[in-house]
Design a protein around this ligand. Structure first.
Ligand code: E4P
Length: 216
């Protein structure tokens, strides 16, 4: 399963990419707004660092504007994936952009029917938001299970990109279900490194080694 970083923060991306575990980045208007500056310049800088798919979201809400903005975003760098919200206009814009060869990530997916419609118009990714469903006492990972089952039965090339990830167990469950991608804040990826037995084990190895060296 691929891991994407869900952030617009270049420093976070620069810190994580050298570890070799980051396959791409997703951004959204809220994340980009936090960064300030010129969003398109930031997207370009992120692409240069990541050298993998970088989702940049349109803010237009009618299809003509989405297509225009999508084309402009796609022109920033070949790694840009145009992110479009799941609306009727979003679906129409996705069809046009996908037919032109632009990769589109259809975002704000909260049901299996939405994922199916996005796949039918050629989305490269669908982004179901598991954390936001959990937040309202709905089964976020249950939605991923449904979409995996549906996509498995058809020759869609659309990848399931698990979004709105809140903790490492979302990553574990997504991988067990066979999701294609999980996009995570860097805090969630950091949490995946931690295990007290690793720390205790390393401390003991080093202490034993030091004792043996001192006794030589
Ligand atoms: C996905 O592409 C979105 O940027 C993101 O995962 C939303 O997560 P949130 O619900 O934590 O805002």
């Amino acid at each position: 399963m691929k891991l994407f970083l869900d952030t617009g923060n270049l420093k976070e991306i620069q810190a994580m990419v050298p570890l070799g575990i980051v396959d791409g980045v997703t951004t959204n208007p809220s994340l980009m707004a936090k960064e300030g500056g010129d969003p398109r310049a930031i997207i370009k800088a992120i692409c240069d660092v990541v050298q993998g798919p970088v989702s940049a979201e349109v803010v237009a809400t009618e299809w003509e504007g989405m297509v225009k903005e999508g084309r402009e975003l796609a022109a920033i760098d070949p790694h840009v994936v145009v992110k479009v919200p799941f609306t009727r206009d979003g679906v129409r814009a996705t069809k046009i952009l996908a037919d032109e060869g632009t990769r589109v990530n259809v975002t704000l997916i909260f049901s299996a029917t939405q994922a199916l419609l996005a796949a039918k118009v050629g989305a490269a990714y669908v982004s179901p938001f598991v954390g936001r469903l959990d937040d309202i006492a709905s089964d976020g990972m249950g939605l991923i299970r449904e979409i995996v089952e549906i996509f498995d039965g058809y020759p869609f090339t659309t990848e399931i990109l698990v979004a709105s990830v809140r903790g490492p167990m979302h990553i574990v469950e997504a991988a067990r279900m066979g999701a294609d991608v999980c996009t995570c804040p860097s805090s969630v990826i950091e949490a995946c490194f931690k295990h007290p037995l690793t720390d205790i084990g390393l401390e003991k190895f080093l202490a034993d080694w030091a004792k043996a060296q001192a006794g030589k």
